[in-house]
Design a protein around this ligand. Structure first.
Ligand SMILES: NC(=O)C1=CN([C@@H]2O[C@H](COP(=O)(O)OP(=O)(O)OC[C@H]3O[C@@H](n4cnc5c(N)ncnc54)[C@H](OP(=O)(O)O)[C@@H]3O)[C@@H](O)[C@H]2O)C=CC1
Ligand SMILES: CC(=O)N[C@@H](CCC(=O)OP(=O)(O)O)C(=O)O
Length: 346
């Protein structure tokens, strides 16, 4: 049994970690650390947790963390873990960062897309990108995990088989993303205000979303040459769920049946990726509350495009579930442990 702490205790990522860790038999959640509400019970903010956790949330004492826990989840906004993780690097702690602080390997690119100074290069280099379907062996030996962003999780899982097998050109790749509002976290803003979101669909961060360099960096790594994508996210009036519809120019003649076979074989040992049969495409509710990524494929012979539709729950496979999948691998536990629940429907 290992002990864990969550930093950023009152955020949505943290709440989802608390829910999933409750049924994890190898991890005991020892500490919920809150910057804004330490001393309070989590159930006073989230009544659905009444009777599950009695202990009050705590203030962060970075120096004593190593004595008290083995695993630390950083469910904090960008800008926090890049300062905290370097202070823990010499410890034996396993650190899982849900934020984007360690995902971009170039400090200059981080500055360009996040508008702030990056983490120390050594910390970035020590972190392993936690996309288990692609980097499983590296994750097993990692001490610091940089958990992928929600849109990159969905789009990389959808695009990587086609890029790796050189089925589509490296450019142009179009990623049309749609997300529920919980993706923006718990703090309200004008963008997430009910009357702005309800009965409405809008594109945001057009041409400047922080997931653009993340997607291109990992696709380029797979292709071993430069890959550039055009990614535009849209905010949809729903609470959870994320779906990317992607278009790639075919480099070869291939049928829908053949590409589906290729994807099924690529992901045959991956428990959380489900490839749909011909003519079937995922919807966000199909994986609600679960760690699945469902992918549907279609070859458009008219335009010579491969159409890939990939959907996840942004808070589970896009954040807390993937974080636990990574911890399972880091500790030699069953990768699916604590995550093999049936999605919630309707
Ligand atoms: N929501 C999603 O779908 C996804 C989120 N992520 C990433 O995961 C991380 C957490 O996201 P999410 O939970 O949605 O975000 P939230 O905004 O809901 O929560 C973040 C929490 O971090 C704490 N916090 C805020 N500001 C500070 C600060 N200055 N110093 C220390 N702690 C602070 C707060 O909790 P407290 O005051 O209790 O400490 C806050 O509730 C983010 O980096 C996000 O980008 C990644 C993928 C998907
Ligand atoms: C609706 C909404 O605002 N979604 C967020 C999701 C970002 C996220 O959660 O990922 P990071 O860890 O990279 O911040 C966004 O598009 O920026």
């Amino acid at each position: 049994m290992k002990n864990a702490a969550i930093i950023g205790g009152t955020g949505y990522g943290a709440i989802e970690l608390i829910r999933l860790l409750h049924s994890h038999k190898h991890i005991q959640l020892k500490k919920i650390i809150s910057n804004s509400q330490h001393g309070e019970q989590i159930s006073s903010i989230y009544p659905h947790l009444t009777s599950f956790i009695e202990e009050p949330m705590e203030k962060l004492e970075i120096k004593s963390l190593e004595k008290e826990v083995d695993i630390v989840f950083f469910a904090t906004p960008a800008g926090i873990s890049k300062k905290l993780i370097p202070q823990l690097e010499q410890s034996s702690l396993q650190c899982i960062d849900l934020s984007g602080d360690l995902r971009i390997t170039s400090q200059d690119q981080y500055l360009e897309w996040y508008g702030a100074e990056a983490a120390p290069q050594e910390t970035i280099d020590n972190a392993v990108y936690g996309l288990p379907e692609i980097y499983k062996e590296e994750i097993k030996n990692a001490k610091i995990i940089s958990n992928p962003g929600c849109f990159p999780t969905s789009s990389l899982l959808g695009l990587i088989p086609a890029i790796q097998h050189k089925v589509i050109e490296n450019s142009p790749i179009i990623i049309d993303g749609k997300t529920g509002i919980s993706g923006a976290g718990r703090t309200p803003s004008a963008m997430t205000h009910f009357s702005e979101v309800n009965d409405n669909v809008k594109a945001y961060k057009v041409g400047k979303h922080q997931h653009i360099p993340e997607i291109d960096q990992y696709l380029s790594g797979i292709a071993n040459e430069s890959v550039t994508s055009t990614f535009t996210p849209h905010l949809i009036p729903m609470t959870r769920g994320l779906i990317c519809t992607m278009y790639g120019q075919l480099k070869m003649t291939i049928s829908t049946e053949e590409i589906i076979d290729l994807y099924k074989s690529f992901y045959q040992s991956e428990p959380f990726v489900r490839i749909r049969n011909k003519g079937e495409f995922p919807a966000t509710k199909d994986m609600n509350g679960s760690n699945y990524c469902d992918i549907g494929l279609h070859v458009d012979e008219r335009t010579n495009q491969l159409i890939i539709i990939s959907a996840i729950d942004n808070l589970v496979k896009g954040a807390a579930g993937q974080a636990i999948q990574n911890v399972n691998l880091m500790n030699g536990w069953d990768e699916e442990h604590g995550l093999n629940n049936v999605p919630v429907y309707p």
